[in-house]
Design a protein around this ligand. Structure first.
Ligand code: AMP
Ligand code: ZN
Length: 139
């Protein structure tokens, strides 16, 4: 389940060198080449999945525990106060590499403000309508 044209398949499987912080049979965790903060890491499955909707359940179940482990190691070693988990799906959502990956971004006291959005006022009727729309595809 590799894609010959995918750069993250090549990195995850060691065909292209990377600053690797962790590796097991399912994943490689590397440092991002364009870090948002010092230590910004990417969790890459070794198999190719375009995004979270394509991820198989077995791999999906391992991603969050691994992200917690990486984040805890960052807190211990880099002195960050916390970390963000970010995972983009689709071009409009900011995905630029179409091989599933989860960002683990260390956050430092006094560091830059990232992963923030402006809250819009909510309308109760609109919330109810939108909830019904999403629910209709889940049943
Ligand atoms: P996204 O925008 O969620 O698709 O994230 C892609 C991330 O991959 C960006 O933060 C890039 O800086 C990073 N990136 C792209 N190419 C490489 C590479 N060869 N090695 C490490 N990080 C990369
Ligand atoms: Zn790939």
């Amino acid at each position: 389940m590799k894609d010959e044209t995918c750069i993250f398949c090549k990195i995850a499987n060691g065909e292209i060198p990377s600053a690797t912080v962790y590796e097991d049979s399912d994943f490689r965790v590397i440092l991002d080449l364009g870090p948002a903060t010092e230590g910004h890491a990417l969790i890459l499955p070794k198999n190719h999945f375009k995004d979270v909707c394509e991820l198989d359940e077995e791999t999906a179940a391992k991603v969050l525990p691994l992200a917690a482990k990486i984040g805890a190691a960052m807190k211990k070693t880099l002195g960050c106060a916390g970390f963000n988990l970010v995972q983009n799906n689709g071009e409009e959502a900011g995905q630029t590499v179409f091989h599933f990956h989860m960002h683990v971004i260390p956050r430092y006291q006094g560091g830059p403000s990232i992963v923030k959005w402006e809250c819009q006022p909510a309308n109760a009727d609109k919330l109810a309508q939108t909830a019904e729309q999403i629910k209709s595809a889940l049943s």
